[in-house]
Design a binder for this molecule. Structure first.
Ligand SMILES: C[S@@+](CC[C@H](N)C(=O)[O-])C[C@H]1O[C@@H](n2cnc3c(N)ncnc32)[C@H](O)[C@@H]1O
Ligand code: SF4
Length: 284
């Protein structure tokens, strides 16, 4: 999870960027160093893209940018970063020149991930796990669950590790609970993300409709113990719900939308009815 120091330093970067927009600094920089990937995920189609690489030289040029500081956390990902032909040199360069870097992996090439992690000790290793063995196969198209477990067992204790769970149309809240429990079992951290229709990932399925069921009620109890994950999932529910209504409102009158979904409001006060809200505005 994030430490107090993370909040302070990110907050300072944010305030600094607001007051000095011509000298913006990055608190995080994700480098998609390759489109190469051996997985066949349904939620990400990078593996269908043409093969492209950023060379070590390209990456060094990016790192020389004025908006990158020693406090910028750099994430190495792709595609599957460890498949980059210069993965060794790139991680070696970071270990020697910018230790505040992280590695993201699907762990399918588990020996490579374990070797590189032990040799170059990134400040954090993020490994993807979207459910149990069956769900993994179904969502990622490959039987890779055991590889993830091998990596976690081999490197936990060497570097901080997080399991990265992505809630998507191909898994469920039960899978989320499973992964939270696995993180507890291994004594590692867990980060929860939600499927987004990102153009770089060439996704072709709509985002999850958080309005379709009891979104808040479905969030597993175990997730509530990890505040940031819980807040993120709960807020997604609010955000997508509004987005859905706003899109519907473009084509239907509000009365028709309310006929199907019940009364709703754009006020931040959730116990205030739509009628009260508008009568209060009229009085102002
Ligand atoms: C793009 S992958 C790259 C690293 C590595 N190949 C992996 O799968 O961990 C990084 C993370 O993004 C997540 N991801 C992929 N497609 C996504 C999408 N459409 N929306 C949200 N997260 C996504 C993956 O589940 C993974 O945890
Ligand atoms: S999520 Fe990761 S493993 Fe899956 S296709 Fe995208 S880059 Fe590859």
């Amino acid at each position: 999870m994030y430490s107090f120091k993370d909040y302070v330093s990110n907050g300072m970067v944010y305030v600094g960027n607001m007051f000095r927009p011509q000298h913006k600094m990055l608190s995080q920089l994700m480098i998609y160093a390759t489109t190469c990937c051996q997985s066949r995920c349904k939620h990400c189609h990078i593996w269908k893209k043409e093969m492209e690489m950023l060379s070590l030289e390209d990456i060094m040029k990016i790192m020389m940018s004025k908006c990158v500081t020693k406090n910028t956390t750099v994430g190495l990902e792709g595609g599957e970063f460890v498949l980059h032909p210069q993965a060794d040199e790139i991680m070696g360069w970071f270990a020697a020149n910018h230790q505040n870097y992280t590695l993201l992996s699907n762990c399918l090439a588990y020996n490579k991930v374990i070797g590189l992690t032990k040799r170059y000790k990134p400040s954090h290793l993020y490994v993807s796990l979207d459910g149990n063995k069956e769900t993994y196969k179904q969502m990622r198209g490959i039987d890779g669950y055991d590889s993830v477990i091998k990596v976690v067992e081999a490197v936990k204790g060497t570097v901080p590790v997080s399991l990265m769970f992505c809630l998507s149309p191909w898994n469920s809240f039960a899978d989320m609970e499973y992964v939270v429990n696995m993180a507890k079992h291994f004594g590692v951290d867990v980060r929860i993300g939600i499927y987004g229709s990102m153009s770089f990932f060439d996704t072709n399925v709509d985002m999850i409709d958080a309005g379709a069921g009891d979104w808040h009620g479905n969030i597993p109890e175990s997730v509530k113990a990890t505040d940031e994950n819980y807040d993120f999932i709960a807020l997604y529910g609010e955000w997508i719900h509004r987005r859905l209504f706003r899109n519907l409102e473009r084509i239907l009158s509000k009365k028709i939308v309310e006929f199907f979904y019940g009364k709703y409001q754009w006020s931040g006060m959730h116990d205030e009815t739509y009628k009260h809200y508008f009568s209060r505005i009229k009085k102002l």
